[in-house]
Ligand binder design. Structure first.
Ligand code: CO
Length: 681
């Protein structure tokens, strides 16, 4: 190992004329995908990538990750951007550096398994539009979920990077499931599938430096594809992990340029370049060039995103990951979920139950979406189980998992749990063992008929096939059939300055003084209302730019009438960046308790809570659908309504026999905990 560390001293300079290292570490830059996905809820806009694109192309990265993961969803849903167009645009600036994307196996860039025809068409179009490296992963490490996409990646002549999701069941690598043998076995499976490289994907920052050393060494000894390490900074260990991995002979390391680095993102590239300078693993990068990129981003780009940074705590790391081996995002979801149900005091119980539930559900790796599935089910068990009766409220996703729809779990699912979960499951009570997509009907032609002329090309069709609701909306906007909502438009640096000025003035009381001017101009349609909170005080401020152009191009919640104290049910000030693609940037958090859409039934839930038995919402969420209507007879235990909470669907059973006498909400309505959803008499 000493040869790796030997510094070829003296007249070493930073610039590129230094001698090439024996075995330079290759670097994949993630700033333009995982970087802003991790730090800014994937809100990075193409126009903010262009200022650094050509410089980044000159650095010498092995590849730049610019697409996939949540970008496809977020772009068309929250940014009014066409995902395919981003790929084509960036390709004009990156003339030398290959592009990489994160492909969620059969989930592609969405959240469910798509049919094989959609999967094949998607990969083909991604390759056509400029994608080079397909980093392909599956949340269960079930590589049957790669079988549809890999032959297409290969036939397009592109790079197939097979991924192993890194997971633990105890503080360090080892134990019964996720031990060294497991990872070697998985790597061999990928090699056999034709992987051009293998990625160890440590999405929660769980891997420790010495385990990384052993793992990389073992993989280098056992398989021939290049090894790429992807380790999030979350727990703080990743920079040390990088160094030990470099010593163990890792081929490719993932980093971000410093403004997109650290926190739940990745270590920065610049310290690594300096650390390896002059060693046999010197990257050969020009640190001055990286400094220029840094400067442009800091001055021209970052101010537009600062407000999305989670600034609720000072520390850039989350030591809970070290304590509970729980991915950072999963932890904050659990806390939010419990808080919304007024049950934050149960968090310790949730942590205690989590390993048990995870084991019962097949000891799955904790990565999106499995982390959410295990986390939410644990919360449900802690809150709703009674005595020995466990899994009283099973989410639809747990049912799917038990059915085999996600694939094969690391260990078999507990048969008792499986039986409870699959009771009355609509696909059948016997789980499948085949490749999950085999039970899915082709989807593409059906989508083509549904969307008709609105899809002009295959790329349009795929947006619709992947995201039927928001994808269609995007196509309407793209072809001018619907106006792009203000909140989807970008903000400029000037907007940011104006906002800062506004806040400064509000703090000095200047805005209040304005009211005494003798001539008050008329308010225009462009008037925007803001709630400004200064400690315990609260001001409602109207902003109207001279000339009528809205000052800021994003939505704010409608201001409540109460001028002093926040009214009950009022939306609190926007929290920092949402962890997942959720609310649009800066817009309010959850929608205020929505007026139920003009529905047949009484709009006021409380009003109809007369006689009979109420079906109440056990948690805040959104109504997906009612399975029973007024007049229907129900037996105790029948599903009455399905609500979505924390992205999981929960079927709510009838608490008693009887007839549905009232249905108080409609699909898409937000409901609060204890709202009466239906009445049974
Ligand atoms: Co990542």
């Amino acid at each position: 190992m000493s040869d790796h560390n030997e510094v070829k001293k003296a007249e070493m300079n930073y610039d590129t004329d230094r001698p090439q290292a024996e075995n330079p570490v290759k670097i994949m830059d993630l700033s333009l995908r995982d970087g802003h996905q991790s730090l800014f809820a994937t809100r990075g806009r193409t126009e903010d990538m262009i200022p650094v694109a050509e410089l980044m192309d000159e650095v010498g990265f092995w590849a730049v990750e610019v697409w996939g993961g949540a970008t496809f969803d977020t772009m068309h849903r929250f940014l009014g951007e066409n995902p395919w167009e981003r790929l084509r645009t960036l390709k004009r600036y990156f003339k030398n550096t290959p592009f990489s994307m994160l492909l969620r196996g059969q989930n592609l860039v969405g959240y469910r398994n798509y049919a094989d025809d959609v999967a094949r068409a998607f990969v083909e179009k991604a390759a056509d539009n400029g994608m080079d490296v397909f980093r392909t992963f599956d949340a269960l490490n079930d590589y049957r979920n790669f079988e549809a996409v890999v032959p297409v990646i290969k036939s397009c002549g592109k790079h197939f990077q097979g991924t192993i999701c890194y997971s633990l069941t105890e503080p360090r690598m080892g134990g019964e499931v996720y031990n060294l043998d497991y990872y070697i076995k998985k790597a061999k499976e990928l090699e056999k599938m034709g992987a051009d490289s293998i990625c160890v994907k440590d999405m929660a920052g769980l891997i420790s430096p010495y385990d990384a050393f052993d793992l990389v060494k073992a993989l280098k000894d056992n398989v021939s594809p290049m090894i790429n390490l992807h380790s999030h900074f979350t727990s703080g260990m990743a920079p040390m992990v990088h160094l030990k991995a470099a010593e163990a002979g890792v081929d490719i390391i993932d980093t971000c340029v410093s403004p997109y680095a650290y926190r739940t993102s990745h270590p920065a590239v610049e310290p690594l370049v300096m650390t390896l300078l002059g060693t046999t693993r010197d990257t050969g990068f020009d640190i001055n060039k990286l400094a220029r990129i840094n400067e442009i981003l800091e001055k021209e780009v970052m101010p537009k995103y600062k407000h999305l940074l989670d600034d609720t705590k000072v520390s850039v790391m989350d030591i809970n990951v070290l304590l509970h081996q729980t991915p950072g995002g999963m932890l904050s979801n659990l806390v939010n979920q419990l808080r919304e149900m007024d049950a934050l005091d149960k968090i310790d119980e949730v942590f205690k139950q989590l390993p048990r539930v995870r084991k019962e559900l097949g000891q799955v790796p904790l990565v999106t979406p499995t982390s959410q599935i295990v986390g939410t089910q644990t919360v449900n068990n802690v809150l709703f189980d009674e005595g020995d009766e466990r899994y009283k409220m099973v989410t639809a996703q747990v049912k799917d998992l038990c059915y085999g729809l996600y694939g094969k779990t690391a260990i078999p699912i507990d048969p008792d749990v499986q039986k409870v979960a699959l009771k009355g499951y609509d696909r059948g009570e016997d789980p499948i063992t085949c490749r999950p997509a085999e039970v899915l009907e082709p989807e593409l032609e059906k989508a083509r008929q549904e969307i008709g002329d609105l899809a002009v090309d295959e790329e349009d069709l795929l947006i619709y096939a992947l995201f039927p609701v928001t994808g269609k909306k995007h196509l309407m906007q793209k072809y001018g059939k619907e106006k792009l909502p203000e909140e989807l438009k970008p903000i400029t640096l000037e907007d940011v300055k104006k906002e800062e000025e506004l806040i400064r003035k509000a703090k000095c009381g200047d805005l209040v003084d304005r009211c005494v001017l003798d001539t008050i101009p008329d308010k225009t349609e462009a008037l925007r209302t803001f709630n400004v909170f200064i400690e315990d005080e609260y001001f409602e401020v109207g902003v109207d730019e001279v000339g009528g152009v809205p000052v800021l191009a994003y939505a704010q919640p409608a201001a409540p009438a109460a001028p002093t104290a926040p009214a009950p049910g009022m939306v609190p000030p926007p929290p920092a960046a949402p962890a997942a693609p959720a609310a649009p940037a800066l817009a309010a958090a959850p929608a205020p308790k929505a007026e139920p859409a003009p529905a047949p039934a009484a709009p006021k839930p409380a009003a109809s809570a007369g006689s009979g038995t109420a079906v109440k919402a056990p948690m805040p969420g959104m109504v997906i659908r009612y399975e029973r209507k007024v007049g229907d007879a129900v037996s105790k235990g029948d599903t009455v309504v399905v609500i979505e909470a924390m992205k999981m669907e929960n079927a709510l059973p009838a608490p008693a026999d009887g007839t549905i006498s009232a249905v108080n909400f409609g699909a898409g309505d937000s409901v609060a905990k204890d709202d009466v959803l239906a009445m049974i008499e």
